[in-house]
Design a protein around this ligand. Sequence first.
Ligand code: NAD
Length: 328
Amino acid sequence: MDDVLELEKRVAELNKTLHEYGRAYYELDAPIVPDSEYDEKMKELLAIEEEHPDLIYPDSPTQRVGGAPLEVFNKVVHRHPMLSLANAFNEEDLKDFDRRVKEATGNAVYVCELKIDGLAVSLQYENGRLVQGATRGDGSVGEDITANLKTIRSIPHKLNESLTIEVRGEAYMPKNSFVKLNEDRDEAGEVPFANPRNAAAGSLRQLDSKVAESRNLATFIYAVGGDAEVYGLDSHSDALNKVDELGLTTNKERKRCTTIEEVLEYVAYWTENRLNLDYEIDGIVIKVDNFESQEQLGYTAKSPKWAIAYKFPAEEVHTQLLDIELSV
Ligand code: NAD
């Protein structure tokens, strides 16, 4: 009986703490602990919930995406939810993912991509014209940040085809823009940003779009929102090629892999070489390529079962631009 009470107490504690951390990170762009600490607590809560499903709170952070949209922005209801990704922390987690995929679909082909450390955005084009740009928010409702996104050079106001399409990607601050911004802030006596992710998120959630314009942000598009098959596309790699043709920017380091060994090689290569990139990444995203296989695998409340995010080990995450602990 005591054990059960202890466990219930721990679950309540973890829920409360993760909500506090999440609010600081998602809603205020000012995290109060490093990502590794958040990830550790989330892992502990997930493990308890898996053993004791009766202890899953309806608003548990394991069941929810991101944070509430800020009131100062108009709200955008996403036509299709903008989800999170399940995490992998080691080779075994990736092999388990591969096993699950193969059990459900037979054979698997993957696309490996860099996990850009910025914030997720959705861009809605109507007849080829950019009409709306939004944050992910809580996954169902995001913030309308169209004016800010329009200042980013890698986001065309007009596509090469007059398509009506939603694309999704990561808005980020390149390392050189980040260094310059913090030098300027230092000179002006302002508090520097802790890392490019916070700087990008803070820049896009500004009411004055001149601020976003001055921050030299960029984007990589990593998906077509909703049902990409209506455009005659039947795989994720096809969809990204189409996105390129439309004049948007995708990340060129992606690789199609036909075995889990190739996936592991890609992960090892970028674990070793990621500091040479001129933007920050916090992991690798592995996605099942074929749309039919993706459908077979389906979704949890929070993330697709056809993708997984491998997170770099915490001690390496702490070697970033600033000689201080990341995110604090
Ligand atoms: P996530 O960062 O683990 O993964 C989902 C996100 O990855 C997507 O929304 C997208 O924005 C991004 N992404 C980047 N490149 C991508 C690509 N190529 N393809 C698809 N998606 C790509 O999930 P999350 O829910 O956004 O955030 C959880 C993470 O945020 C945690 O693991 C933790 O590290 C961090 N976090 C930290 C704190 C803190 O207090 N420090 C609090 C909350 C969350």
